[in-house]
Ligand binder design. Sequence first.
Ligand code: GLC
Ligand code: MG
Length: 545
Amino acid sequence: MNPAYQEPWYHRATLYHIYPLSFADSDGDGFGDLKGIIQHLDYLNDGTSESLGVEAIWLSPVYVSPMADWGYDVVDHTAIDPRFGTMADFERLLAEVHRRGMKLLLDYVPNHTSILHEWFEEARASRKSLKRDWYIWADPAGDGGPPNNWLSRFGGPAWTLDETTGQYYMHSFLPEQPDLNWRNPGVRDAMLDVLRFWLDKGVDGFRTDAVYGLVKDKVLRDDEPNPNYRPGISDPADMFSRVHSSGQQELGSVIGSFCEVLAHKADTFLLSEAYLNIAGLRDLYQACREHPLHAPFNFNLMGLSWGAHYFRSFIDEYEAMLGPNDWPNYVLGNHDRHRLVKRVGPQRARLLGMLQLTLRGLPVVYYGEELGLSDTHVNKNQRRDPWGIRVPGYGLGRDVARGPMPWNSDIDAGFTTGVPWLPIASTAAHLNVEQESRQPSSSLNLYRHLIHLRTQSPALTEGDYRSLQLDNPYVYGYIRETELQRFLVILNFDNHHAVVTLKGKVGAWVAGTEVVDGDGQEPLDGLVELGPYEGRMYELIRGGK
Ligand code: GLC
Ligand code: MG
């Protein structure tokens, strides 16, 4: 790391999202673990341009959990699940991450706990329990059914009857994940303490899970019918618009309280998980006006219609919405969505990878995305994700995006010496770290090259973004520039060749989706012909308005 660099680390880092169960298994139980991650840190960043070069890592949950939702059902927020290792392993991981100049973010799960959490056990013991109000309880409706029409994201009602006390408790996700009541000050205090615990341990920030539904309507009004819902086609959980079960105005103050806690420590950063359009993102940025160390994830690139125009207008609008202290971010995949390559195909995936890594703002890369991995095939009897199991037939199962990381061409992909918890992808024999490291134009080398360029180029980290009006509607082009450095990126969204005139622009090739490295490539001189889905970046030497 460059010690002279003054900006916050997240202005220059690429954030690498690890799903710990699937990254590397050190003890042969078939589940990835902390020691496995430690063993592969050099892959992420060994201080040289040989490694991927990411400067921050986010871990999906590693806390004690019965794994009903694979760790997103937490029993103890401040202890490590034995499946992942020990607290000593965690401390070593953190030290090793820091030693390599990287930052570590944990997954903070404030919306719910596991049904086995001691808070819930206490709450459900009696209506008079001191912790009763830490969760959301309501009497049955007149007919004995659930108190309102709220639906669980993972199938069925958001309410489960607790026989002992005769009331329903609310869960936005599984019945094994009862929602906490964020209107209760005790919950706030206890959950903010969780943040303090990990900050004291030395972590650099958090990704906050399922933020949008944290606060619910006080009087539990019914959600409203969703006009876009198509029975039998849409996810059944989308039957209603979650106007009362999520998105309440008080959410801002809760996020603000997270930022207050993080602000006590230097160099921290918070990302909130919420699937929102630009107006919704603007509201969440507002929540931490006092402490600009927070950003809501921008998931929109995953849902845009394909075309240079759609991407350009979305990004221009997003950029225009951001305040001077707001830091943008771009996500192309995560553990809840089909993999990028599955959604758009390998060529478009490379183009979007180039887009993401050359835009202004924090790029978030989901493990394996850099290898160009597609979904893993998972048979019915290999399924692990409760969502896919509870709501079959809609393609909702998330196992396909959570396949073991392929490290080499061995039968077990170098992931485990035991039986992997999810099957190894059939492509692992050729799409893996070892193979791709040797191929100059592999997806891995494309990511590696772009990530290093990014880290080293002020124009890409701190520079302005400005899109260009080009003479070819299939090509999206933009400039990234500081006073001293200027890059031009041109991306062909069409599956045919595309010619663009770039009058007066002269520059050196620095990166491309086809020819990854700039060395020996033709310089730019006025006219460019791009291949299908080809992207290129030039460093402009003069002109370049
Ligand atoms: C978030 C997580 C997802 C999890 C859910 C419940 O959406 O990303 O994996 O199942 O919250 O915690
Ligand atoms: Mg293991």
